[in-house]
Design a protein around this ligand. Structure first.
Ligand code: F3S
Length: 711
C-alpha cells in the first residue's frame, strides 16, 4: 500500500488564515464588502461570496456607510482615506507582517530616506507598500537594482532603505545585501521576508527528494504555488499540479510508494481534504507522518554525532542563513512541554494571545499566563505582528493546540538574571510590593526578593510602609533557586552610590560652587546640609540676610536649598557652606539704590537717647542723630518720633567701609546748614557732631560700636 505524507506547512499561512477568519466574523456580524479578492484562491473566495461577502474593485464602489474588509495583501494609505470618505467602516485584515512593512516604509520616508522595494511591481502587496511612502523604487532582483545604480551613480550615496515583498526568496536578500555593501554608502536593509514561504518551499523540496510522486495544490494564477511545483519537479519526476480535487488524475500516481502533498498559502483546508479523499478513494494509500520522513532525512544526511551540534548551530542562525534542510527541520519540528518557542502574534482577545508558531499547531497564551504584573495590560505590551517567545505548557495533538506561557519563560530568564546579578554584583531594579514582619519584598522581573529591615536603608524603627510602591535599586546577596529564596540589600547600593557621589564631589569641589542640598539636621548654630553624598554646615549667620536667632526660624529638615561653598578642608572632610544669596546683600542693594543727598522714606525702628534708628530698606538701618531730628533743639527723640513712624529723611552720609548710613530730617526743612564753626561753637562740648558717624551697623543690620553716650 502506498503512503502519503501531507506537508505540515501545506495550506493557509497564518496571515491568510487570519484574514479569512476576520472576513467570516464580519459576515456573521452583519455582512460586508471586500476590496479585491480577499486571498489568492478562487474557491475560497467563492465560498466567502456564497456566505455574503460582496466584492468591490475600487473604493468608489463601496456603498456609503458600508463595512469593508481590507485583504491580506494590504493597500496603500490613500485607499484608507478614500474608503473613509465613503464613510465606510474599515475591517483591516492586512497580514500583520505586511502591515509591519507599511510602518517601516512610512517611517523611513518620513526620515527623509528613499524606499526601495524588492518584489513584483505588479503585485498588490508591493503596490500597497508603495502607497505608504512616496518616490519608492521597485526592483525584481539585485541585477535590476544594480542597473539602476549604474544609471544613477549619485544614488549610491543617497539614503536608501530596502524592504522585501514578503514572498521574496532568501537568495535575493543575500544578493541585495552584498550589492548594498559593495556600492552604497548610506543604506539600510530590512528583512521583511515571511518565513512561512521559505519553510513551505524547504519542506516541499525535502519531501520531493524523498517521495516518488508529489501532488502540489494551488491556484493556476498563483506565482507562489507554481513556484512550489517547479521546486518539486527539480527533485521528483512525477508532480501533479492541481487547483482542486476534480483536476487530479490519480493514474499518474500509480506505482508510487510514497506520495508527498503540499499546497500554497491560499489553499483552504477543504480543498486539501478533498484531494486526499480522492486519492484514498482511487488508490490505496495510508497516511504517514512528516516526522518519519524527517527522521529518514536526518539518518541519511549526517552521522549521529554531528546531528546535535548542527541542530544547535542552525537554531541560532537567522532564517536567511539556514539551509533548506534546517528550515525543514524548523517547520516540522515537534513541540514538547517545556520547550521554548517563538512565533508571531496573530490576535489578542480579552482572554488570550494567539501565536502562529510556524507549525501545524496553533499556539495560545492565556492572559493569566502572560505576566505576573497584575497592573500590566496585555495589549499595551504586545501587538498583532510582534514576534514573541514563550514556554510550552501543554501540547494537545488532538486539537492541534499548544498552550504557552510567557510568564514562565520570563521567570526562567529572571532566575538566570538574578543569579547572574548575584555573581557579578550587578545592581538590579524593582518595585517594592509589600512589607512584612522582617523587611520588604521587591519584585524583580516576577521574582520575589526579600530585603531585611536592616538592609532597607531606612533608619532603625522607621516605618517601612513608605517604601511600598517605590522603585528601588538593590544588590542581590543570596539566591537559592531550589528554595525559591532570594535576598537583596537596598542599603548596600545606597551606600555604594553615596560613596561614589561623595568621591565625585570631593574631586570637583571649589569655593563658590553651588549645589542643591537637603537639610538633614539643625543645631542652634547652624544647619547640616547634604549636597549629594557629603554633609556641609551652613552657619546661622550664613543662612539669611534677615536677623534670625536660630536656623529653625527659616529652615525645616528635608528642605531643598541652594548652597554654595565658602571653604572646605579636604583632609578633615569638612565643608562650610553659605545659603544667603550674595546678590541680595542688603548693603549692596542699598548702595545700588541710594546715594548721598537722596531722600528716602524711612521707618523708625528704635529710639535711643542720642537719636533714632530708621530702616531705609529691609536689612539696612540708618541713624538720625538727635540733632538731625528737628530744626529746633529737643531733649529726647521720643518728643518728635515714635517707633513705627514713617518719615522722609535725607541721606547725609554713607560709609561703605563701616557700612553706616547717616540720615537727617532737619536737612529737609533747613535749605542751608549753618556754618560749621557756628555749629561747633553752639554745640555742647560732650555732644557728638550732628553729622558725625557715631555708630556701626553690622551686615545683619545691628547697630554696634561707638554709639554716642546719652546726654
Ligand atoms: Fe502569509 Fe502574511 Fe506570510 S499572508 S505568507 S503570513 S506575509
Amino acid at each position: 500500500m502506498a503512503k502519503y505524507i501531507l506537508a505540515r506547512s501545506a495550506g493557509y499561512c497564518f496571515g491568510v488564515e487570519r484574514s479569512v477568519r476576520i472576513a467570516q466574523e464580519a459576515l456573521e456580524s452583519g455582512g460586508c464588502c471586500c476590496l479585491g479578492e480577499l486571498i489568492h484562491n478562487r474557491d475560497a473566495v467563492a465560498d466567502l461570496e456564497k456566505a455574503g461577502l460582496r466584492l468591490i474593485r475600487s473604493p468608489g464602489e463601496l456603498p456609503e456607510g458600508e463595512r469593508v474588509v481590507i485583504r491580506a495583501h494590504g493597500v496603500g494609505e490613500d485607499v484608507y482615506t478614500r474608503l473613509l470618505e465613503r464613510r465606510g467602516e474599515i475591517i483591516d485584515a492586512t497580514c500583520p507582517l505586511v502591515k509591519r512593512i507599511h510602518e517601516i516604509v512610512r517611517a523611513e520616508h518620513e526620515a527623509g530616506r528613499r524606499v526601495v522595494v524588492i518584489g513584483d511591481a505588479e503585485h498588490p502587496e508591493v503596490q500597497g507598500i508603495c502607497g505608504w511612502c512616496s518616490g519608492a523604487e521597485v526592483f525584481s532582483d539585485a541585477a535590476s537594482f544594480s542597473v539602476w545604480l549604474d544609471e544613477r551613480p549619485e544614488s549610491c550615496h543617497e539614503a536608501l532603505s530596502v524592504v522585501f515583498q514578503t514572498t521574496q526568496i532568501r537568495s535575493n536578500l543575500l544578493e541585495i545585501e552584498k550589492l548594498l555593501k559593495k556600492r552604497c554608502t548610506n543604506s539600510k536593509i530590512f528583512d521583511t521576508i515571511c518565513g512561512a514561504t521559505a519553510k513551505r518551499q524547504a519542506e516541499a523540496i525535502s519531501l520531493s527528494q524523498k517521495c516518488d510522486a508529489m501532488v502540489v495544490i494551488g491556484g493556476a494564477h498563483s506565482a507562489n504555488s507554481l513556484h512550489l511545483a517547479e521546486l518539486c519537479r527539480e527533485n521528483c519526476a512525477t508532480v501533479a499540479f492541481v487547483s482542486r480535487a476534480q483536476e487530479l488524475d490519480t493514474s499518474v500516481l500509480e506505482g508510487a510508494g510514497t506520495i508527498g502533498i503540499t499546497a500554497g498559502a491560499s489553499v483552504p483546508p477543504r480543498i486539501i481534504k478533498e484531494v486526499v479523499k480522492k486519492m484514498s478513494d482511487e488508490i490505496k494509500i495510508e497516511e504517514s507522518t512528516a516526522e518519519d520522513v524527517a527522521a529518514t532525512v536526518a539518518e541519511e544526511a549526517a552521522p549521529v554525532v554531528e546531528a546535535e551540534p548542527a541542530a544547535e548551530e542552525a537554531a541560532g542562525k537567522p532564517d536567511s542563513e539556514k539551509t533548506f534542510d534546517e528550515l525543514l527541520e524548523d517547520s516540522i519540528r515537534t513541540i514538547n512541554n517545556g520547550d521554548i518557542v517563538s512565533g508571531y502574534v496573530v490576535s489578542i482577545t480579552a482572554t488570550e494571545v494567539t501565536v502562529d508558531l510556524g507549525t501545524k499547531h496553533s499556539g495560545y497564551i492565556p492572559v493569566t499566563e502572560f505576566t505576573n504584573d497584575g497592573e500590566l495590560k496585555v495589549e499595551d505590551v504586545v501587538h498583532v505582528g510582534d514576534k514573541i517567545e514563550a514556554s510550552v505548557v501543554r501540547v494537545n495533538d488532538v486539537e492541534g493546540t499548544v498552550m504557552l506561557s510567557k510568564k514562565r519563560l520570563d521567570s526562567i530568564k529572571s532566575w538566570a538574571d538574578v543569579e547572574n546579578a548575584q555573581a557579578d554584583g550587578t545592581v538590579v531594579e524593582g518595585k517594592v510590593t509589600e512589607e512584612n514582619k522582617g523587611g520588604v519584598v521587591v519584585n524583580i522581573k516576577g521574582i520575589r526578593v526579600f530585603v531585611p529591615a536592616s538592609q532597607t536603608g531606612l533608619p532603625r524603627d522607621a516605618a517601612m510602609t513608605e517604601l511600598v510602591g517605590q522603585t528601588v535599586r538593590l544588590k542581590i546577596t543570596e539566591v537559592n533557586r531550589g528554595r525559591k529564596r532570594v535576598v537583596g540589600s537596598i542599603r548596600a547600593v545606597a551606600n555604594r552610590e553615596r560613596r561614589e557621589r561623595a568621591e565625585k564631589i570631593w574631586s570637583e569641589i571649589e569655593v563658590g560652587k553651588h549645589y542643591e542640598g537637603v537639610v538633614k539636621s539643625m543645631t542652634s548654630y547652624g544647619a547640616f546640609v547634604d549636597i549629594g553624598g557629603i554633609d556641609g554646615m551652613v552657619h546661622v549667620s550664613e543662612i539669611s540676610w534677615s536677623r534670625i536667632n536660630k536656623p529653625a526660624d527659616v529652615l525645616n529638615v528635608g528642605d531643598k536649598i541652594d548652597v554654595y561653598v565658602i571653604s572646605f578642608d579636604r583632609e578633615n572632610r569638612k565643608i562650610s557652606l553659605g545659603h544667603r544669596n550674595p546678590d541680595e546683600n542688603p548693603w549692596k542693594v542699598f548702595t545700588e539704590t541710594y546715594s548721598v543727598g537722596d531722600i528716602a522714606s524711612v521707618k523708625i525702628v528704635k529710639l535711643m537717647p542720642f537719636g533714632a534708628f530708621a530702616e531705609v530698606l529691609p536689612g539696612t538701618d540708618g541713624l538720625i542723630h538727635i540733632s538731625q531730628i528737628a530744626n529746633r533743639r529737643i531733649g529726647q527723640p521720643s518728643e518728635v518720633l515714635a517707633v513705627g513712624d514713617v518719615v522722609e529723611a535725607k541721606i547725609t552720609n554713607i560709609d561703605n567701609e563701616k557700612q553706616k548710613i547717616s540720615l537727617s530730617i532737619r536737612a529737609l526743612s533747613e535749605p542751608a546748614p549753618a556754618p560749621r564753626r557756628e555749629a561747633e561753637e553752639s554745640a555742647p562740648a560732650d555732644e557728638p557732631e550732628e553729622d558725625a558717624l557715631v555708630y556701626e551697623v553690622s551686615s545683619d543690620g545691628t547697630a554696634t560700636g561707638d554709639a554716642p553716650e546719652e546726654e
